[in-house]
Design a protein around this ligand. Structure first.
Ligand SMILES: NC(=O)c1ccc[n+]([C@@H]2O[C@H](COP(=O)([O-])OP(=O)(O)OC[C@H]3O[C@@H](n4cnc5c(N)ncnc54)[C@H](OP(=O)(O)O)[C@@H]3O)[C@@H](O)[C@H]2O)c1
Length: 248
């Protein structure tokens, strides 16, 4: 896809990796709909930085715990501002380190609603609005953990495994008009509440012996969006951590 003049919706793009992807797409010529939940000031700041790069930006708040309503609200905002959406990136997520024994129904519901059910209905809205004959792209942010069994982060892992399956199924369902791919990051940013020692510890156990950066996820994103012969793929950007399962 030639990115110049395209329009992208990125969930969770006021902060962290979502924000980095938004700025990187703006630099590539893309206009952006910045979705956020609580980070309003950061969303305004991200929009301002997109405009500094010469692209248009709008922002919309929606709680992905209510997936069908959120998908409608996000696409209504994007379409009323831009009239079309060419690219959907599902990045917003929750990440709780719970096992079977300490997981509650609320933990299960929040992970499945935010990490899996919301991308499902956002993909549905995205496909519905794409005019016949136009091409589009969906990129889902997953995790190498989605492809490996593990007792920790259980609901998270299951939600991301579902998102990998959704990626592969929609690559078939929406072809040839829409390419659907995923990026599986490794240790990029510490989760809220953790500091850099969280990443350093993981990095020491990874084959490449370092943490990654949001810029490396942006590089993978641009590769996928510019590649017209790739669909149904999960691109792992994890310094090899997926090979050792984080166990060194
Ligand atoms: N960070 C890493 O090293 C890493 C590693 C593996 C995979 N990943 C995946 O890469 C993606 C980006 O990761 P990240 O660490 O930058 O972000 P993150 O911390 O996983 O997600 C934060 C984003 O999710 C949004 N969000 C959370 N709950 C929401 C809700 N109820 N409704 C709407 N939005 C909600 C937040 O919005 P507000 O701030 O506006 O409330 C924020 O923008 C995620 O899918 C993550 O699972 C990241």
């Amino acid at each position: 896809m030639n990115l110049e003049g395209k329009v992208a919706v990125i969930t969770g793009s006021a902060v962290r990796i979502g924000r980095a992807m938004a700025l990187s797409l703006a630099e590539a010529g893309v206009d952006l709909c910045i979705h956020y939940h609580l980070s309003q000031a950061a969303a305004e700041q991200t929009c301002a930085e997109i405009r500094e790069r010469g692209r248009n930006a709008t922002r919309v708040s929606a709680n992905l715990s209510d997936p069908v309503t959120a998908a409608a609200v996000i696409f209504e905002a994007a379409l009323s501002e831009f009239g079309k959406v060419d690219i959907l990136i599902n990045s917003a997520s929750v990440f709780e380190n719970k096992r079977l024994s300490d997981s509650t129904e609320a933990d299960w519901d929040s992970h499945l609603d935010i990490n899996l059910k919301s991308p499902f209905f956002l993909c549905q809205r995205f496909a519905e609005q794409l005019p016949p004959g136009q091409s589009g792209a969906i990129v889902n942010l997953v995790d190498w953990r989605a492809k490996r069994a593990g007792a920790e982060h259980l609901a998270y892992r299951i939600s991301k495994a579902g998102l990998v399956t959704l990626t592969e199924c929609l690559a078939l369902d929406l072809a040839p008009a829409i390419q659907v791919n995923a990026i599986a990051p490794g240790a990029i940013l510490p989760p809220p509440g953790e500091d850099m020692s969280y990443l350093d510890e993981r990095a020491q156990k990874a084959p490449l012996k370092r943490a990654g950066s949001p810029a490396e996820i942006c590089h993978a994103l641009l590769y996928l969006l510019r590649s017209d012969f790739v669909t149904g793929e999960v691109l792992t950007v994890a310094g090899g951590e997926q090979l050792t399962g984080g166990r060194g």
